[in-house]
Every structure is written in C-alpha cells, then in structure tokens.
Design a binder for this molecule. Structure first.
Ligand code: PLP
Length: 411
C-alpha cells in the first residue's frame, strides 16, 4: 500500500492501527499525541507476538535452534536501523532503551573521560531534558558547564550565535534535529560544518526527526546520532545510538555485565568490540524486533509520500489552529514538522487537555520536558497537538471545534 495523501486514503491505513478503533468517553479516539509516543501498527504487534509465540530464546548465548533464530532476528535489526539513517556499517549501531540512554552513554563513556574544569558543552535552548541533564551531571563532576545557544522568536535556532559560542573550551555540541515542542528542523549540516572547523564533535538527538524526515547521518556530518523507537511506531524502551567507528572504538564500557566482555578473570577483564561492548545484560529482544518491523512497515509505506501527506496535513492544521481566537502558536519556523504547541488566552493547557479528552481527543499539555524552552517563551505549559501518519483533516477539524468549545467553557 502507498502512503496516503487524502483523508479517504488514510482510512485504509488507519485500519492497520487497532487502537484507533477505540472509543474514549463514547467518542472515536482522535490521537494527536504522536510526538509523545506513536501508536503501533498491526505489523509491529504481530512481530512482537510472533517472536514470543515461535522463537523466544535469549540472544547471543544459546546454540539451540531457538537461540539461533532469536539472535538472528535481533541482530538483523542493526542493519535495518543502519539503512534507516544511512549509517555506513551496522556495527556502528548500538542498541539502547531510547534516546535518553544513548545520550547518557555518550556523556559517560565518550565525554566524561575527556572533560576538564572550565570546559563547555554547547546545547540549544530548545533541547529536551534528555539532552541537557546528562551533560549537567558530568559537568558537575569536574567543574565544567552546559551553555545554550538561543532560539529566535519564530522558534528557529540562532545559528549565528551558536557559531559565536563555539570556542576553545567547547568539548561537544548536543543539538536536537527536530524540536519536540516547536517542530523546528535544525540545520544539522551547517552546525556540523561549524563544529568540524573547531574540531568539536556533534551529537544529534533525532527522536522527533526519524518519524518525519529521511535521515542520512553521513550527509548530516555529525559524530553521534540517536533516536527512540516508540515515536517511530515501534515498541517502548527501544532505540539506537549511531557513532563514528573511531569514536566508539575509543569508548570504555558504559555498564558491566554479561555479553559485553571478551574474557573475564579476577586478574582483569577485557571487553567486546563495539557495539556489544555497550550492551550489557539481556536486552529488550522483542522490542528491538518490533522496531525492525516498524522500520520495514514505514519503508514499505513509502517515506517520501508520507512526507507529502504530513506536509499537507501540517499546513492544513497550522492554518486551522491560527484561526482559533486567542490562540498563540509557539514555533512557526519554515519547514517545521507537524508538531503544534500553543497557548490560548485565559485557558490553562491542562484544563483544555482535560476537556478535549472528554471528547475523545488526546493531546499533550505541560512543559514537554523542555523547561528552558518554556522559560524562553514566557509560558509554564503549552498544549501540543502532534500528528502521525494516521491523522486526517477531519480530526484537525474536531480539534479546532473542541478547542473553541473548551475556550467558551473556560471563559
Ligand atoms: N529527545 C526528544 C526531542 C524527545 O522528544 C524525547 C521524548 O519525548 C526524548 C529525547 C526522550 O526520549 P526517550 O524518553 O524515549 O528516551
């Protein structure tokens, strides 16, 4: 099946998501919270259930048939992830529980041994806490600091200022590819070029990018790229870190345990090569297999057409929301993905979200794990509607009507 372009065509695709058949408070579910976590297609649910039904065994240790099947299915996902982000080699893909674990891994294993008092880690004001707090934790240990490049009023990054902030103390740049609040797509190629000129590595948080953009880590020119599987229609607690081979090779283990060693003795232990060096213990086997199924499913759907559908729906949603009286959109940078954060005069985001829920409409309200960005825009919380492959214009109309009714109730 090809990716949809009109509501009628989305109906068929929606049928692949069992949860979308649900009624919430007697109304059909309108799911507009995909940036938080995306719903799962039947193909992903089937892959997980089939693995448990037919192939379940631990990976990388048993020589019996089930063990071999399980290991082969699990390891095959590395190649799918490498293909998804155009990594040069599947062995440069480290499995993680998601973006949070990936960034903590790079902070602890790559940067911490290199970090000295007075050093700086440069991030942006639009980062998710997952790309702020891990750096703060290691910075505090040595007296380094985390500094942030500013965001402009339209929600785009102040690239000129970011360039000026790179200096001889900068040890790493951590930047989000696509903001989970603003929908802004950051100019990673340009940031990588600036960083390369100064010999500074770049880590990109791709959590909100992989569900919306064709990602090519080689073209982006970054050094680390990570994402989380559950926003990509895959299971929770799955994800990956891509790192340049020479950087991964220099990094010590992140956690110790089974399956990350070469030889263990009480006189000393040697470690496996990357990526297994960073994957101690029994992993989320079925989760990663489900993520592989999600990647296959998305690629079958046709990533390019999906972009067209999302761009059309995003333009429709932006115009419809702007027309709601008293609505202030936060983030209107050109080329943004369909993630809409806004506040409405005289109505708290949580109250609006609760009223919408009564109508079956799921949106997120709150700070979106981005306190500094909320401060930058002078708000404590926003309402966020974020679109996925299954959304329709009719759902946008329901959201707008719901917002107008909710506003009337709260006025
Ligand atoms: N970075 C961004 C931009 C996100 O949107 C999120 C999730 O909301 C994360 C990081 C953290 O992802 P996870 O909790 O799956 O590790």
């Amino acid at each position: 099946m090809n990716a949809p372009t009109k509501d009628a065509e989305v109906v068929d695709l929606r049928g692949q998501f069992p949860i979308l058949q649900r009624q919430i408070h007697g109304k059909p579910l309108v799911y507009l919270d995909s940036a938080n976590t995306a719903q799962k297609p039947q193909a992903v649910i089937d892959a997980v259930s089939e693995h448990y039904r037919l192939h379940n065994a631990n990976v990388a240790r048993a020589v019996h048939t089930l063990g071999e099947e399980s290991t082969a299915a699990y390891e095959a996902v590395r190649g799918k992830i490498a293909g998804l982000i155009n990594a040069p080699d599947a062995q440069q893909i480290v499995y993680t529980r998601g973006t949070t674990e990936a960034i903590n891994l790079v902070a602890r294993s790559y940067l911490r041994p290199r970090l000295r008092e007075g050093d700086e880690i440069l991030v942006t004001e639009m980062e998710h806490h997952a790309n702020i707090v891990p750096w703060q934790l290691i910075a505090a240990e040595v007296g380094a600091k985390v500094v942030a490049a500013p965001v402009l009023d339209d929600g785009s990054l102040d690239l000129a200022r970011l360039g000026e902030m790179i200096n001889e103390r900068t040890r790493l740049i951590g930047v989000v590819h696509v903001s989970n609040v603003l929908g802004t797509v950051n100019p990673i190629e340009q940031i990588s070029a600036l960083a390369r000129g100064a010999g500074v590595p770049v880590l990109v948080d791709g959590s909100q990018a992989v569900p919306h953009l064709a990602v090519d880590v080689q073209a982006l020119g970054c050094d680390f790229y990570c994402f989380t599987g559950h926003k990509l229609y895959g299971p929770t607690a799955t994800g990956a870190l891509w790192g340049r081979a020479e950087l991964l090779a220099q990094m010590p283990p992140f956690m110790g345990g089974g399956e990350m060693i070469d030889r263990v003795s009480f006189d000393g232990t040697t470690f496996a090569a990357p990526p297994h060096r960073f994957e101690a213990g029994t992993p989320n086997i079925t989760g990663m297999i489900g993520l592989g199924a999600a990647i296959d499913w998305l690629q079958q759907l046709g990533v390019a057409q999906l972009r067209t559908h999302e761009a059309e729906l995003g333009a429709y949603a932006a115009a419809a929301l702007q027309a709601v009286p008293g609505l202030r959109m936060i983030g209107s940078a050109a080329g943004k993905v369909p993630v809409f954060s806004f506040v409405i005069d005289g109505a708290h985001a949580h109250d609006l979200a609760m009223i919408l829920d009564q109508e079956g409409i799921a949106v997120r309200s709150g700070h979106h794990c981005a306190h500094p960005l909320m401060q930058r825009f002078g708000v404590s919380a926003t309402l966020r509607a974020s679109l996925g492959v299954y959304n329709t214009r009719a759902e946008i109309d329901l959201l707008v009507a719901g917002l107008e009714r909710a506003r009337g109730m709260l006025a």
